[in-house]
Design a protein around this ligand. Sequence first.
Ligand code: GDP
Ligand code: MG
Length: 597
Amino acid sequence: TDLSHIRNFSIVAHIDHGKSTLADRLIQDTNTVADRDMKAQLLDSMDIERERGITIKANTVRIEYKADDGEDYVLNLIDTPGHVDFAYEVSRSMRAVEGSLLVVDSTQGVEAQTLANVYQAIDADHEIVPVLNKIDLPASECDRVAEQIEDVIGIDATDAIQVSAKTGVGIHETLEAIVTKLPAPEGNRDAPLKAMLVDSWYDPYLGVVVLVRVIDGEMRVKDRVKFMSNGTIHQIDRLGVFRPDMENIDVLGPGEIGFITASIKQVRDTRVGDTITSEKKGAEEALDGFKPSQPVVFCGLFPVDSAQFEDLRDAIDKLALNDASFSFEMETSAALGFGFRCGFLGLLHLEVIRDRIEREYDIELITTAPSVIYHVYMRDGTKIDLHNPADMPDVTHVDHIEEPRIKATILVPDDYLGDVLKLCQERRGVQLDLTYAGSRAMTVYDLPLNEVVFDFYDRLKSVTKGYASFDYQLTGYQTDNLVKMSVLVNEEPVDALSMMVHRDRAEMRGRAMVEKLKDLIPRHMFKIPIQAAIGGKVIARETLSALRKDVTAKCYGGDATRKRKLLDKQKAGKKKMRQFGKVDIPQEAFISALKMD
Ligand code: GDP
Ligand code: MG
């Protein structure tokens, strides 16, 4: 296809504003997929994505469209992940296209992820076409929302297209706008090959599939190509496009988006954002801005049933094959046994992986408190990247500790603003901005990431009855008064419960933790002190009093079967316990204690 007849675009939207439904419509109305093969949300492939209504990996489809000008166009849609955790993937896929449809639910208006995603599109120099969706609903307010787009985002929305992705109104206008408003890609077929590695994933039949956007030159089957970040050479054994099923073609030229396979074993060997060129007479310089995505949130994953450790290893290995941004290493915990310390792009990423292990591999997990990476500067001048509180060195050797901070943008209806400000303040936030757009307030906070990884989303949702939207980006590191808090049960430290906290919040956290544990740990035949401590200093303490009588005592000795039943029940209960020194701590205690509130 010649460049003037190609349009590459993505759709940016806040979750639930109708991105996937609109994509389905565009695919359907251009007969890209026969009606009988059409199923809802064609682009969201994984079950968990469907259930949660989020798109995790970028997906792509090539649409052929005969426009009103009588010409045939190729439209390539890259569906970007809609969540903050995947911001880096979003920014890469944005660079692979020239324009964006900005979808805003006309019954809701601009939300935090609308902003985050549209700023990415603006950064990538996109032409942006605003689309007001859900106009079939009585609550639709196109004028108000168009005005809000102009006020808050600062782009012209006078020609915003009014659409119902549900009924199909405005879909033709949207296709025409893609052709007439978005620019054609630029590129040179005769220049050395330069293609961007947009995404990659593991396919059980084909091995690693690589999504590419060709900038200059051409790619053909049998070509030997070089991945510029690490110099590896691969021979292309299959090449094609998505409609949306994979279809082989002979050549991918400038401006085109498609896939290659090249006998690549693991997703880890391909890096999103990398430049692919030819082995011989390749491009001299790579495309700019390549940086591998880094995990920012860490936690331990342990099987509830320690016999399932090997199954867990297997599950993690398999998931990692398809997700290069997820890191792991083995970890042993005195309390929880064998497990893995895992690194994630963010909390949603953590949740997705944990859910997949539990569901797809049927392994019940204990997740330890999520931690961020602290920079620990030692008195001897060395620096440690600490992502497991258990590895915290002796404080007497520590000079100072830095923690990561984020810039968080929160949009919320006026009525709930007070509660949101209070929550941010409690979490050591510093307000940077507060503005209004209609009856919604937008506030920007500088917050420590560690205060957000616990339960910030959940708290935000509950104090605003679900009306707030939230987005963040990492800004950098800052020194603060941070300490490791340990939890001791019967004088023994329980490693899985130790955490890094701000000194000013330590007492409160410690108190909450010991009170919770007191309710969660069953009474034993002896007294059990439960303590929270910083270094050697106890900051909170509870005592679990001793159990006076044998459980069977209340059976009055008479009924043998009843006595047996009770003992069996106790034994079954025991199985789910972890022996800790002389104390048995039930699994439930860890799970609940690690949920902060
Ligand atoms: P996404 O999260 O942006 O991909 O949003 P979805 O496409 O999954 O849509 C979210 C919800 O809104 C789904 O229940 C859709 O059926 C619904 N929806 C999408 N577009 C429209 C529309 O034009 N009108 C109405 N009434 N509902 C819509
Ligand atoms: Mg979706």
